[in-house]
Design a protein around this ligand. Structure first.
Ligand SMILES: [Mn+2]
Length: 323
């Protein structure tokens, strides 16, 4: 269920009263994206003593946006561990490992909540919001200027992959930000989907060229391995078939990461399947119903075999329930 804007504003205003003059670090999730960056930045402008930080390297789109909009950010490991933390665009410890050693005072997020999520005093969370930027726009305690309006509009466009999924509230929020932004729609589109670096284009094309697929009832599950941009690859596959799965051998994490997407024709809770698969391998998973992921600490081929079996069974079970 969507949380009413009024409730979100009330929650925010109690957080704001208590923290507006104190030092805070707004922390993005791992491999921060445009939504995490733009939301953290805009939130930090309401708290004059705060800074923003990334737990590791941001993705190339977020890096480009930070450069274009002159946004400075730090690496979380370089930030004094005594500064209280606000988690932005995530509430999962796996997506923000540094949260374990810091005081988490608030969370701004739009992902599905699970039992093992981070806990804080101020949970400004609405899993029906299509971007954290949508929540930030709704709770903004002051009128947003051009720069901040543009950033939040770009984040909504990026996180919804050009409104693949949106509510009336998402669209209304986007339009009012867009009008305050001063640019054209194409300007916003260009920032939300900047050109890919050569290596990323190659990785995506390679992944698509090695795609395989299986059938589950009248649905196709398409899957492949990729080194980069697994979310984008999984989205292409879901659009071409029904469910897209992109597997990444993550050497740093010593785990297989999975990105899973479903198209608009399936009613499925991929966040639940991904949580189950993660748990099975001693890792974890979650996300949104149609855009989820997991970290499975096991070899990629083993994870692939298990995941395909699990997802196929889940799709069939889901179809039977629907009939
Ligand atoms: Mn987001």
């Amino acid at each position: 269920m969507a949380v009413s804007p009024q409730l979100l504003r009330e929650l925010f205003s109690s957080f704001y009263k208590e923290w507006k003059d104190k030092k805070l670090v707004f922390a993005m999730h791992r491999h921060a994206d445009i939504d995490a960056l733009a939301s953290s930045y805009v939130l930090s402008t309401f708290f004059p003593k705060s800074i923003i930080a990334a737990p590791d390297e941001m993705n190339s789109q977020a890096k480009q946006l930070a450069q274009d909009y002159n946004i400075t950010y730090e690496y979380l490991d370089d930030v004094d561990p005594h500064i209280p933390l606000v988690a932005v665009d995530t509430s999962h410890p796996a997506m923000l490992p540094q949260a374990a050693s810091r005081e988490v005072v608030a969370i701004f997020d739009h992902h599905q909540q699970a039992e093992d999520n981070l806990k804080s005093n101020f949970n400004i969370i609405d899993s029906e919001a299509k971007a954290t930027a949508e929540i930030v726009a709704l709770i903004a305690p002051e009128e947003l200027d051009q720069k901040r309006s543009c950033l939040l509009a770009i984040a909504i466009l990026s996180d919804t992959a050009r409104f693949i999924d949106a509510t009336e509230r998402t669209l209304d929020t986007f339009v009012s930000l867009y009008k305050a932004c001063g640019g054209t729609y194409v300007d916003i589109l260009k920032e939300a989907f900047p050109p890919k670096p050569l290596a990323e284009k190659k990785a995506v094309l390679q992944a698509l060229s090695e795609t395989r697929f299986i059938r589950a009832g009248d649905k196709y599950i398409a899957y492949t391995k990729t080194g980069l941009r697994e979310g984008e690859v999984a989205t292409y596959l879901a659009e071409a078939g029904d469910i897209g799965l992109a597997f990444v051998d993550d050497e740093k994490l010593k785990a297989t990461r999975i990105s899973a997407r479903a198209n608009r024709h399936i009613d499925i809770e991929l966040n639940r399947v991904m949580a189950d698969i993660g748990k099975h391998f001693g890792g974890n998973g979650g996300g949104h119903k149609k855009a989820a992921g997991c970290i499975a600490p096991a070899p990629i081929d083993e994870v692939m075999v298990y995941t395909l079996k699990k997802v196929k069974a889940f799709v069939e079970e889901n179809d039977n329930k629907a009939q």
